[in-house]
Write a protein that binds this ligand. Structure first.
Ligand SMILES: *[C@@H]1O[C@H](CO)[C@@H](O)[C@H](O)[C@H]1NC(C)=O
Ligand SMILES: *[C@@H]1O[C@H](CO)[C@@H](O)[C@H](O)[C@H]1NC(C)=O
Ligand SMILES: *[C@@H]1O[C@H](CO)[C@@H](O)[C@H](O)[C@H]1NC(C)=O
Ligand SMILES: *[C@@H]1O[C@H](CO)[C@@H](O)[C@H](O)[C@H]1NC(C)=O
Ligand SMILES: *[C@@H]1O[C@H](CO)[C@@H](O)[C@H](O)[C@H]1NC(C)=O
Ligand SMILES: *[C@@H]1O[C@H](CO)[C@@H](O)[C@H](O)[C@H]1NC(C)=O
Ligand SMILES: *[C@@H]1O[C@H](CO)[C@@H](O)[C@H](O)[C@H]1NC(C)=O
Ligand SMILES: *[C@@H]1O[C@H](CO)[C@@H](O)[C@H](O)[C@H]1NC(C)=O
Length: 224
C-alpha cells in the first residue's frame, strides 16, 4: 500500500469518528425555566437557528426534574404544549423516573427521524412551553444512523413507578392516565449515566420504554 492510500484510509477513519455531533441544548444556559419570572433561561429557537442537525446526532438537555423533555414528530401536539392527546408512536417523554422537584437531570435524545423534530417541556400545565420552553429543528439525513441506533435490542418491559399514596408528582404528573401502558405518550428512560441510585428506582435503562416498545421498534425509522 502506498503512503497516499494509507493516508486516505486514515482520513476516512477520522471522518467516520466525527460524523455525529452532540449538541448541548441552550449551551451553558441549559434547559431551565424560572417560575418566578416565567422565563426560559435562553431563547431556544435562536439557539437552534442555523445549526445543522443530522441523523445520529444527540441533543443533550442539562436540566432538573422541574422541567420535562418531550420529543414529538406531531406539530399539533407541539402547538398544544401538551401530551394529553398524543400518540405513543409519535411522541416521547424522556425522564429518569425521579419524582422529586429540582433534582439534577441530564437527558440525551438521539435524532433518529429525518424532518421536523419538535421539543418542549410540558411541565407546569403548559406554562413553561408557552413561555419559551419549546423549539423545533429540521433533521437531515447526513451519513445516516449509526448501527447503535439503527438496530437496538428490544428492551424488556419494566413496571412504571407509582407513589404509595397514589399521588402524582413531576415529571410523571404530566402523563395522561394509562401513559406508558400502551396508550398515550411513549415514555423512555434516560441512560444509566443520569440514574440516581439512592432515589430508590431501579428501572432506569438505556432507551427503555414503558409501553409497547417491543412491537414498535422506534429506531427503524430512517426516513429520507
Ligand atoms: C454523544 O452522546 C451519546 C449519548 O451519551 C454518546 O454515546 C456518544 O458517545 C456521544 N458522542 C460524542 C461524539 O460525544
Ligand atoms: C406565568 O404565566 C402564567 C400563564 O402563562 C400565569 O398564569 C402566571 O401567573 C405567570 N406567573 C408569573 C410569575 O408571572
Ligand atoms: C441565521 O443565519 C441567517 C443568514 O446568515 C442570519 O440572517 C440570521 O441572523 C442567523 N440567525 C441566528 C439566530 O443566528
Ligand atoms: C397529531 O396529534 C393529534 C392529537 O394531538 C392527532 O389528532 C393527529 O391525528 C396527529 N397527527 C398525525 C399525523 O398523526
Ligand atoms: C384533547 O382532546 C380533547 C377532546 O377532543 C379536547 O377537548 C382537548 O382540548 C384536547 N387537548 C389538547 C391539549 O389539545
Ligand atoms: C422546583 O420547583 C419547586 C416547586 O415549584 C420549587 O420549590 C423549586 O425551587 C424549584 N427548583 C428549581 C431548582 O428550580
Ligand atoms: C428540512 O431540510 C430539508 C433538507 O435537508 C429540506 O428539504 C426541507 O424543506 C426542510 N424542512 C423544513 C420544514 O424546513
Ligand atoms: C438522589 O435521590 C435522593 C432521594 O430522592 C436525593 O436526596 C438526592 O439529592 C438525589 N441525588 C441526586 C444527585 O440527584
Amino acid at each position: 500500500m502506498s503512503p497516499a492510500v494509507h493516508f486516505t484510509l486514515f482520513a476516512l477513519f477520522i471522518t467516520g469518528a466525527t460524523a455525529y455531533t452532540n449538541y448541548t441544548v441552550g449551551g451553558t444556559a441549559g434547559w431551565l425555566f424560572d417560575q418566578n419570572t416565567n422565563k426560559s433561561s435562553t431563547d431556544y429557537a435562536t439557539w437552534a437557528a442555523n445549526k445543522t442537525f443530522d441523523l445520529g446526532d444527540y441533543l443533550i438537555f442539562n436540566t432538573n426534574t422541574n422541567q420535562t423533555v418531550v420529543l414529538t414528530y406531531n406539530e399539533t401536539t407541539f402547538r398544544s404544549c401538551s401530551i394529553d392527546n398524543s400518540s405513543d408512536t409519535d411522541t416521547f417523554f424522556y425522564g429518569n423516573g425521579n419524582q422529586q422537584f429540582g433534582q439534577p437531570l441530564t437527558v440525551e435524545v438521539p435524532l433518529t427521524i429525518v424532518g421536523p423534530n419538535y421539543f418542549f417541556s410540558d411541565a407546569d400545565d403548559a406554562v413553561q412551553c408557552e413561555n419559551g420552553m419549546a423549539f423545533e429543528i429540521n433533521v437531515s439525513h447526513g451519513v445516516g444512523l449509526p448501527p447503535s441506533l439503527n438496530q437496538p435490542p428490544p428492551p424488556p418491559y419494566v413496571e412504571p413507578p407509582s407513589n404509595a399514596d397514589g399521588s402524582l408528582t413531576p415529571p410523571v404528573a404530566n402523563l395522561p392516565s394509562g401513559a406508558g401502558l400502551g396508550s398515550g405518550v411513549n415514555v423512555r428512560m434516560t441512560p444509566w449515566s443520569s440514574f440516581n441510585a439512592s432515589s430508590g428506582y431501579n428501572y432506569a435503562h438505556l432507551m427503555q420504554a414503558w409501553s409497547n416498545f417491543g412491537g414498535n421498534p422506534m429506531y427503524r425509522h430512517q426516513l429520507s
